[in-house]
Design a binder for this molecule. Structure first.
Ligand code: SF4
Length: 59
């Protein structure tokens, strides 16, 4: 269960976040915190990663 959640998070991160141009642009415009806020509150990928991470802390 935990392994599969970690694998899903890794997959999302490797597929969408690693070279994300949006994050790069936001870091330049709003700084690291601004980019992070966008990732966790606005981007559907970031929200999914947050949601999966929440399962890890509960298990
Ligand atoms: S969460 Fe969304 S905006 Fe943030 S790095 Fe990943 S894909 Fe890009």
């Amino acid at each position: 269960m935990i392994t599969s959640i970690v694998a899903q998070i890794d997959h999302l991160h490797d597929t969408y976040c690693r070279d994300c141009p949006v994050k790069q642009a936001l870091r330049e415009e709003r700084g690291k915190k601004g980019a992070h806020d966008f990732c966790i509150h606005t981007c559907s990928v970031g929200k999914k990663i947050q949601q999966l991470g929440g399962h890890l802390t509960k298990s």
